[in-house]
Design a protein around this ligand. Structure first.
Ligand SMILES: *Cc1c(COP(=O)(O)O)cnc(C)c1O
Length: 413
């Protein structure tokens, strides 16, 4: 008789015993996060773990995740093209819908060409190793997204990190890199400066005009990851390059279709040569199945809605301004945010976790973000308002923050 894994009498040692140990360590450090389960569509009012709450937790900035036009486009695509795409893009998985989406995105972004990926995450991990190799240098903001960090890890290029949003430090790195070259003293073939457009934990915006000037002074290319700027900054939500009027000066723009666009996917916008080379080399593009037709169709419809319903973006910013002003009026520290991401700093990790639990009991769903994601004493509640929130929703949220903040001594009163 062999021991089967489910045999309770098994005496064979568990070769994966370290998994349970690691879980115990996470739980002891209070870093273990159970999944919250939603039983409704994404929107301002959701049911989470069986409880009706107002959500300040999603990246559904424009309310597109449940928009009737996107849903209709997805349903029609299923009827016409089926549920799945059946192959990777480079074999048989490129449908007219995928190409139509890319062509429309290229016009929207005012670039030569766009290539879509399965997600923003795979876009960064796919693009960076292709663009930068052994003979190049990558220079990256200290607080860039995990997918940029992983993209750099997958690249053979050496890398330098500059302190968050510190353009003087960036300049110094570029100056030295051009003067000294690589570890063997050879000049770098190219230098790539990479930054988030909007940083996801603080909601602050990259100083893109100054970054572009520094890069141009040292003949470096700029790559901006606009995951949290897509659909949020710029005309009709075209992103941070449009917001700062830097068209033609940022070589690579990454965007996501998963946040404000309400569906799923990532894309890279740039030159035709960039797109053509990525199709030959980017590993998630080559070795992972393309988007189902419904995803591509809904994304395409999302851009049309953004162009045809500008009031969504206006409402997003109106709600953002009102909500930030109310939290400040109550005395909360809302950090350096300039976008719909508003952190509410509450202190240490335990305080932030308790604050989120109390908000949830008050019917407001907003996550705590704690060390090591943010500094030890800067643990916070991270809120994102959307265009779909009514003033009534936000008033109820502000009232809950007021009650919990005073009860916990985060604000006076
Ligand atoms: C969310 C995010 C991503 C990942 O995008 P997905 O489409 O969700 O995979 C990449 N970069 C940044 C800066 C992000 O905030």
């Amino acid at each position: 008789m062999t021991n089967r894994p489910e045999d309770p009498m098994s005496t064979r040692p568990d070769p994966l015993a370290h998994l349970a140990l690691e879980l115990d360590e996470l739980k002891a450090a209070r870093l273990y996060r159970p999944l919250r389960v939603m039983s409704t569509a994404q929107g301002p009012e959701v049911v989470v773990d069986g409880r009706g709450v107002i959500s300040l937790s999603s990246n559904n900035y424009l309310g597109l995740a449940d928009h009737p036009r996107l849903k209709a486009a997805a349903v029609a695509a299923v009827a016409d093209y089926g549920a799945g795409s059946g192959a990777v893009r480079t074999i048989a998985g490129t449908m007219t819908l995928h190409e139509a989406l890319e062509a429309h995105l290229a016009r929207f972004k005012h670039v030569e060409a766009v290539l879509t990926f399965q997600s923003g995450f795979t876009c960064n991990t796919g693009v960076i190793p292709v663009v930068a190799g052994e003979r190049d240098l990558i220079v990256s903001d200290q607080l860039n997204h995990a997918s940029i960090i992983d993209g750099m890890r997958l690249s053979k290029a050496p890398r330098e990190i500059y302190p968050h949003r510190d353009v003087d430090a960036l300049r110094a790195i570029l100056e030295r890199a051009r003067r000294e070259g690589d570890a063997q003293g050879r000049p770098y073939r190219s230098i790539l400066v990479v930054t988030d457009g909007v940083f996801s934990m603080d909601g602050d915006v990259a100083p893109l005009p100054a970054i572009v000037e520094a890069a141009e002074a040292f003949e470096a290319a700029v790559m901006v990851d606009d995951a949290h700027a897509s659909g949020v900054l710029g005309r009709d939500g075209r992103g941070s390059v449009d917001h700062f009027d830097l068209h033609g000066r940022v070589a690579i723009q990454v965007g996501t279709l998963s946040k404000a666009m309400g569906v799923l996917g990532g894309y890279v916008a740039g030159s035709q040569a960039l797109r053509d080379l990525l199709i030959q080399r980017a590993r998630p593009f080559l070795f992972s199945t393309s988007h189902p037709p419904a995803v591509a169709a809904a994304c395409l419809e999302a851009i049309r809605v953004m162009e045809e319903e500008p009031e969504l973006l206006e409402r997003l910013w109106e709600n953002t301004r009102w909500f930030k002003a109310e939290l400040s009026r109550l005395g909360f520290d809302t950090g350096a945010s300039e976008t719909p991401i508003t952190p509410v700093i509450v202190g240490d990790s335990a305080a932030a976790i308790e604050f989120a639990e109390r908000l949830f009991a008050e019917g407001v769903f907003a996550p705590s973000v704690v060390y090591p994601t943010v500094a030890l004493d800067r643990a916070r509640i991270r809120t994102i308002v959307t265009a779909a929130h009514t003033r009534g929703h936000l008033e109820r949220c502000v009232a809950a923050f007021d009650r919990v903040g005073r009860a916990m001594g985060v604000i006076a009163g």
